[in-house]
Write a protein that binds this ligand. Structure first.
Ligand code: SHN
Ligand code: NAI
Length: 220
């Protein structure tokens, strides 16, 4: 059965990681980047640079550690313990990830590439994480950072149109036209005046970068 990809909001939600080894730490990094509240349970917690951003419980796991968890990560490397954590997590209504035994968990993590709010995730349904990682590296070569700006422009155009629908020619075809023209290339080379001309020609008055509140250089 195919799994079901989704991008989930974690801001402010409690995520409990049991086991802070190499794998647990990698999960914590991703969770913090998504704004989650993170609690780590580990009798020998590792020293790592983001330790001050999480709650650390320095003792072996207990069932009540999972209270109020939204997501649980069982990464102790002890299969029997990880499965017991999974059972308890489900009993308490949380979804659980078992990095050491993917088929016994509720979800797996993809390799992730970000360009601003543009995200590419690569999954092999747990079958070859090394391939997922390699493919992500390859995709990163043809997705330079200016794609984040392309997204910012399209999102601003869309927001503006939704706020005042009659003012522009915005529709799927217009967006396709913008993307098939030189927009991406102009953003890559930072040609603000040419972008303004293209936006006005395609969408009408009121759609310059300035009017869309976009500064080319300020976007990562
Ligand atoms: C199910 C899953 C766990 C989950 O759900 O989180 C899982 C499970 C396992 N990984 C193993 C090994 C490795 N994992 C990596 C790397 C990554 N693994 C990641 C995800 C996942 N790994 C999920 C499925 C993803 C998918 O669908 O493909 C990435 C993408 C993201 C992340 O970890 O956050 C991250 C790349 C980050 C990046 O580059 O962006 C490497 C390579 C490396 O380290 O460079 C190796 C060694 C090479 C190899 O074995 O391939 C083993 C065997 C352990 C053992 O032998 O003991 C298991 C267990 C098993 O397979 O049973
Ligand atoms: N990307 C992935 O998802 C990968 C997954 N794995 C799997 O992930 C699992 C963890 O791997 P590593 O992080 O390398 O292991 P590790 O041995 O480095 O870390 C395990 C951590 O769990 C802690 N721990 C042990 N008993 C505990 C308890 N009772 N309560 C709380 N914490 C406890 C230890 O102190 C240690 O810090 C393994 O099952 C491994 O097969 C391995 C490689 C990649």
């Amino acid at each position: 059965m195919a799994d079901y990809p989704l991008h989930i909001e974690l801001a402010g939600r409690l995520c409990v990681v049991v086991g802070g080894g190499t794998v647990g730490r990698r999960k914590i990094t991703g969770l913090l980047a998504a704004g989650a509240r993170v609690k780590l349970i580990d009798p020998k917690p590792p020293a790592f640079d983001q330790a001050d951003r999480i709650e650390i419980v320095a003792r072996p796991y207990r069932a009540d550690d999972l209270s109020n968890a939204f997501l649980v990560f069982a990464a102790t490397g002890n299969g029997v313990l990880d499965r017991a954590i999974a059972t308890e997590a489900r009993r308490q209504g949380a979804l659980v990830n078992l990095p050491g035994e993917p088929a016994a968990g509720d979800f797996s993590l993809p390799a992730v590439l970000r360009r601003g709010d543009l995200t590419v995730s690569v999954s092999t349904a747990g079958r070859s994480p090394a391939l997922a990682s390699l493919l992500k590296e390859q995709i990163s070569q043809w997705l330079p950072s200016h794609w984040a700006t392309v997204l910012e422009i399209l999102a601003a155009v869309r927001d503006k149109h939704l706020a005042e629908p009659s003012q522009s020619h915005y529709n799927r075809q217009t967006i396709d036209t913008l993307l098939k023209t030189e927009l991406v290339e102009l953003v890559a080379t930072g040609q603000a005046a040419a972008i303004d001309r293209l936006l006005i020609k395609t969408l009408g008055d009121g759609y310059t970068l300035k009017e869309l509140s976009i500064e080319l250089a300020s976007i990562p």
